[in-house]
Ligand binder design. Structure first.
Ligand SMILES: [Zn+2]
Length: 91
């Protein structure tokens, strides 16, 4: 009878620990946070930190570069003016 009591207590503790462990970790509401993160407040904690920039692929050398440095030529993006020139000249 005593053993059963201890066993019950152990199970209770086990579930309590598991519950608190789940509460600390965010997997249960991961989908929810993902949805809200891309909702109206896209970057809630971006104060001070640099905004994530979209990366583009150079049509000439295939190198990745931030969209702010893009050189547009013939509706294509290039990493620099030299590659834009080279790509349009080769046509
Ligand atoms: Zn390039």
């Amino acid at each position: 009878m005593r053993l059963l009591m201890w066993l019950g207590l152990a199970v209770l503790v086990y579930f309590a620990v598991r519950k608190s462990f789940r509460a600390n970790q965010p997997p249960s509401n991961q989908a929810q946070t993902e949805e809200t993160a891309w909702g109206d407040n896209t970057f809630p904690q971006s104060s001070g930190s640099k905004r994530v920039e979209a990366m583009l692929n150079c049509a000439y050398c295939q190198v990745y570069f931030p969209s702010s440095e893009a050189v547009l030529r013939d509706s294509q993006q290039f990493c620099c003016a030299e590659h834009a020139e080279a790509a349009t000249k080769s046509h």
